[in-house]
Design a protein around this ligand. Structure first.
Ligand code: ADP
Ligand code: MG
Length: 246
């Protein structure tokens, strides 16, 4: 387990959707450089957890801080927070009318007010890094799902985030494209990026995770190293979940 100071700190977080409690008593600290894989059954609150961290969802009570700053409700501070948190979703969410290069430079130009030449130079480095540099002038629809998802990763990285959140980044992909996306994520992890990854890819969890967080019914049921979790899960919920995986 790599060590670093706390980067994302969730304390006693509760999240209600109306009467329904989607997150209960969430205490989670993710340290700088750490890779935390969040797993659990459908509906257990994994996406909600991610969405509260970059404030796509408000929390009902508790607190979430990133790099020592509590997540603000609105305004400039919220925009700065969003820039600190890169997010990659299941659906690639690229702008269909913009080229690959434009998709990646949009945030740096609009939010970071970077010079166009600088933004493009950095974007090209990132697109090369994820293996789609030769596709920069194309539109998203001209790329495969795996390529589009790698562009989505490059787009998030272009904002120079402190932490990257991945919410089932390979679930919408054809099987042969899953590994090319996971390989990029493993390389990011090896470079020391702080990552929170919701995934059903247990191979990735074993290989890249410093810690596995298992959720059920909106709660963190257990946390362990991948080795501990996969060989000796403590809770019945986790045992049951693991026994149903292929
Ligand atoms: P997971 O990602 O683990 O599948 P989610 O975080 O998407 O779980 O959802 C957790 C629970 O919260 C589910 O029961 C879901 O139906 C509910 N939920 C999620 N989003 C909303 C919403 N916007 N309004 C009401 N209920 C929601
Ligand atoms: Mg989800």
């Amino acid at each position: 387990v790599r060590r670093g100071d706390p980067l994302v700190v969730m304390e006693n977080v509760q999240k209600h959707y109306g009467d329904f409690q989607a997150l209960t008593d969430i205490d989670l600290t993710v340290n700088r450089g750490e890779v935390v894989v969040v797993i659990g059954p459908s509906g257990s609150g994994k996406s909600t957890l991610c969405r509260t961290i970059n404030r796509l969802e408000t929390i009902t009570s508790g607190s979430i801080s990133i790099d020592g700053v509590e997540i603000p409700a609105e305004g400039k501070a919220l925009a700065a927070l969003r820039a600190d948190v890169g997010m990659v979703f299941q659906a690639f969410n690229l702008f269909s009318h913009l080229t690959i290069l434009e998709n990646v430079t949009l945030g740096p130009l609009k939010v970071k007010k970077m010079r166009k030449a600088d933004a493009e130079a950095e974007a090209k480095v990132l697109l090369d890094r994820v293996g789609v540099g030769h596709q920069a002038a194309k539109l998203p629809a001209q790329l495969s799902g795996g390529q589009q998802q790698r562009v989505a990763i490059a787009r998030a990285l272009a904002m120079k985030p402190k932490v990257m959140l991945f919410d089932e980044p390979t679930s919408a992909l054809d099987p042969e494209m899953i590994n090319e996306v996971l390989d990029v994520m493993v390389s990011l992890a090896q470079d020391g990026m702080t990552m929170i990854v919701v995934t059903h890819e247990m191979g990735f969890a074993r290989k890249a995770a410093d810690r596995v967080v298992f959720m059920a019914d909106g709660q963190i049921v257990e946390e362990a190293t991948p080795d501990e979790f996969f060989t000796n899960p403590k809770s019945d919920r986790a045992k049951d979940f693991l026994s149903k995986l292929i």
